[in-house]
Design a protein around this ligand. Structure first.
Ligand code: HEC
Ligand code: HEC
Length: 308
């Protein structure tokens, strides 16, 4: 019975074309603050025309998002970062993989038990371009104790079955802090390297929704983004079975290396990171406070296209 109901809801959400010209987002109290409109700047960096999401209504977003279990999301929060108990023995040596694994399973349980403060959105980077070209629904929750920052992503691509679980644990006891990445879909934690690094060049990514109203709670999104942006520079932990590839030479444009470099707050950028680079620059998020000049854009474009 329940299964049938879920299918009906999904059918409605995914065949929503007839509802496209509804007046748009509701003016509910959930989003008092506003994000600035999300729009391509027409930089020429995108490989594909920007995906038009205008047919999706806020209500459809909410309905699909809630298929994860409405009790787990859109929760009232006072702290955007859910506290974790302090670790028994991590101390100065840093965490072992089994300890990281336990933290990942714990944050997954906290989410499933409705004890975290997730923000829900449709993510820009995973929705636009050639990766999916379909709305990617995300729930992101942040956790911390004195020696760890931890993040959970619960994700589902429009038109697919079931939600996927992913985790990042940042161990603050090492110098610099180490970021562990894993697929935690089953009870088994699968540590991963290269497949995550191609978007996560500096550990956790700030959240950028695909449309300014496809987000459950703007103040919560802003608080989580502040936490992510203010984190110390960290090092990607590649597990033994998934060592780093040969990434060639890093992006050397001064417009970027002020902030993205070995001794800068964000990690170096390689051609392997071209997907998030194309999107964040094209949609006007990078560099943060200005647009690239045509000359700089041409330089970036030819670097992205050059053979390593
Ligand atoms: C195609 C690019 C891409 C790849 C590959 C990718 N991610 Fe992400 N990830 C994102 C984006 C974009 C966000 C922010 C989502 C948003 O804006 O809602 C994110 C968010 C997350 C978060 C929530 C915390 C944060 O960083 O915001 C976790 C946890 C996460 N990813 C884990 C992983 C793991 C583990 C892997 C590898 C198995 C991985 N990701 C691979 C793009 C990617
Ligand atoms: C003034 C500092 C600053 C400059 C200059 C800057 N960035 Fe960033 N960049 C950031 C910050 C802070 C974040 C994380 C917050 C966000 O994503 O909005 C970020 C995030 C990113 C990310 C996602 C991976 C990550 O580090 O979180 C990419 C890719 C990126 N920038 C590319 C670029 C490119 C390409 C340029 C040059 C055209 C550039 N940035 C210039 C500060 C900067």
């Amino acid at each position: 019975m329940n299964k049938t109901a879920a299918v009906v809801i999904l059918g409605f959400v995914l065949t929503a074309s007839g509802h496209g010209d509804s007046p748009g987002p509701t003016t509910g109290p959930a989003t008092p603050a506003k994000l600035k409109p999300v729009a391509s700047t027409g930089s020429g960096l995108l490989l594909d025309v920007p995906l038009d999401l205008s047919r999706f209504s806020r209500q459809q977003f909410e309905a699909f998002s809630s298929t994860v279990g409405p009790e787990k999301i859109r929760r009232k929060w006072t702290s955007a970062i859910t506290p974790l108990p302090n670790p028994p023995a991590a101390g100065e040596r840093g965490l072992t993989e089994p300890e990281v694994r336990d933290i990942m399973l714990r944050i997954r349980d906290l989410f499933d038990e409705g004890k975290s403060a997730p923000v829900s959105d449709v993510g820009l980077i995973s929705t636009q371009e050639d990766v999916n070209r379909k709305p990617m629904y995300n729930h992101v929750a942040a956790f911390a104790n004195s020696s760890v920052n931890a993040y959970l992503l619960v994700q589902r691509l429009a038109g697919t079955e079931g939600w996927g679980y992913f985790a990042i644990v940042q161990d603050l006891a090492t110098e610099p802090p180490s970021d562990y990445f894993a697929d935690i879909n089953g009870r088994e934690v699968k540590f991963e390297g290269q497949s995550c690094y191609k978007c996560h060049s500096s550990g956790p990514l700030a959240l950028h929704p695909a449309r300014e109203d496809l987000v459950s709670d703007v103040p919560l999104l802003a608080a989580i983004n502040r936490h992510i942006t203010e984190q110390p520079a960290s090092r990607f932990h590649f597990p033994e079975h998934d060592r780093p590839g040969d990434y060639g030479t890093p992006l050397a444009m001064e417009a970027c290396t002020r902030c993205h470099d070995a001794d800068a707050p964000r990690g170096v950028l390689f051609r392997a990171h071209s997907h998030p680079i194309r999107i964040l620059v094209d949609f006007g998020y990078m560099p943060p406070n200005r647009r690239l000049t045509p000359k700089e854009l041409a330089e970036l474009k030819s670097w992205l296209e050059a053979k390593p």
